[in-house]
Write a protein that binds this ligand. Structure first.
Ligand SMILES: [Zn+2]
Ligand SMILES: [Zn+2]
Length: 394
């Protein structure tokens, strides 16, 4: 295939940035990405891709090359966050209280640009490229897409996903082989005691006493039963509600939080957590219910696809551009659910953070700002990864 990737991306960069600004000005929350999805679907249709909607607001575009070959999927997100934007931009959010504060506006526009460049080479393309635009990444939108057939017709052989990243500098790529993002599960505990007046606590059972000891016991369990090196596990209590009157001991207490594991033994951690909470509640004469709800699976990068990302990043930015330290994190990404379906994949972060340009604000913050210069680089990386995987470039 004769292709000058950089030049062809440069030719579509203005419209890529215009699309990103349009999406940025009209952010939509998870599973409400109707306008954003339609915008993307229309662009893909114009490029001649076979386009279908998936899980209502998601979009899948299929580019079938003129030559036989493997099927590779690119995945990005469509959703914004319930954050009020505090940036001073001509294309600021026009939807009060909703903001593209994670950079999904950029990721989506980049993926449309990659589709345009690859679609121009449809006849010479040895294989199929699937462009998946996912709703509700922030709160697990992958399972409904999978249920709605996102990974069939055609089934991809590999998945590449990329995200702009404010916590790395421009010209660097954050990626690791193996586990990169933790599994996250959410727990909800209800503790039942017996209400009484605070002047006679012995006539009731105070669920707050059980809760205090549950929190201590869980913290101790983490330190004494798990190796932070081999089984990194994080349990946080994030909500607690009980009582509404300072002179009464309440009947019930509810508390909740998250369990995050950067290792395979998450089921054993969940079982031990549940057992411990039940035993501590019993020790303090309470009963309890413990529900553990799934957030995301652990995300593990495929070693061979990781090697492709690393090679292409080195070709673009040099060997020292690949950052592995500090990339593994306890945050989750539901991209993991696609990988869990038996499809190898890789997730990598495109650095764009700069103190000077103020593009190093944390993701999800009201000051989050994308450095649009990263977008052409990100599109080039994705096109390179596809062509490398399909055997067109080395
Ligand atoms: Zn996010
Ligand atoms: Zn994100």
């Amino acid at each position: 295939m004769k292709i000058d990737i950089r030049k062809e991306i440069a030719a579509v960069t203005d419209e890529m940035i215009a699309l990103r600004r349009d999406i940025h000005a009209h952010p939509e929350l998870g599973f409400h990405e109707y306008r954003t999805g339609q915008l993307v679907a229309d662009r893909l249709s114009e490029l001649g891709l076979a386009v279908r909607r998936c899980a209502e607001t998601g979009v899948i575009g299929v580019l079938t090359g003129g030559k036989p070959g493997k099927t590779v999927m690119l995945r990005c997100e469509l959703d914004a966050l319930p954050v009020t934007e505090e940036n001073d931009l001509p294309f600021c959010s026009q939807n009060p209280g909703v903001m593209h504060a994670c950079g999904h506006d950029a990721n989506a526009a980049v993926q449309v640009a990659a589709a345009k460049v690859l679609a121009a080479h449809k006849e010479e393309l040895p294989g199929t490229v699937v462009f998946l635009f996912q709703p509700n990444e922030e709160d697990c939108g992958a399972p409904p897409m999978i249920e709605d057939g996102a990974l069939t017709d055609p089934r991809p052989d590999a998945i590449f996903a990329t995200h702009v990243w404010s916590q790395l500098p421009m010209g660097t790529v954050g990626v690791v082989p193996g586990a990169m993002c933790a599994s996250s599960y959410y727990f909800h505990i209800t503790i039942h005691g017996k209400d009484t007046s605070a002047y006679a606590p012995y006539k009731g059972v105070n669920p707050l006493v059980a809760a205090r000891n549950v929190m201590d016991a869980v913290d101790t369990m983490l330190v004494t039963e798990y190796s932070m090196l081999d089984e990194p596990t994080l349990i946080n209590f994030c909500t607690i509600h009980a009582g509404d009157f300072v002179i009464n001991i309440p009947d019930t207490l509810t508390m909740g939080g998250s369990i995050r594991c950067l290792h395979e033994n998450e089921k054993a951690v969940h079982a031990r957590f549940k057992e411990l909470v039940e035993q501590v509640c019993k020790a303090y004469r309470c009963t309890c219910e413990v529900d553990i709800e799934m957030g995301n699976s652990m995300l593990e990068n495929d070693p061979a696809l990781y090697a492709i990302v690393k090679k292409q990043a080195a070709a673009m930015f040099g060997e020292n551009s690949i950052i592995e330290d500090g990339i593994r994190e306890f945050g989750g990404d539901d991209l993991a659910e696609f990988f869990r379906e038996g499809i190898p994949g890789v997730y990598y972060l495109m650095g764009m953070g700069s103190e000077e340009k103020k593009t190093n604000a944390m993701h999800h913050s009201k000051e989050f700002l994308v450095d649009e210069d990263v977008m052409a680089l990100q599109a080039e990386m994705q096109v390179r990864c596809v062509l490398n995987y399909l055997g067109e470039i080395i």
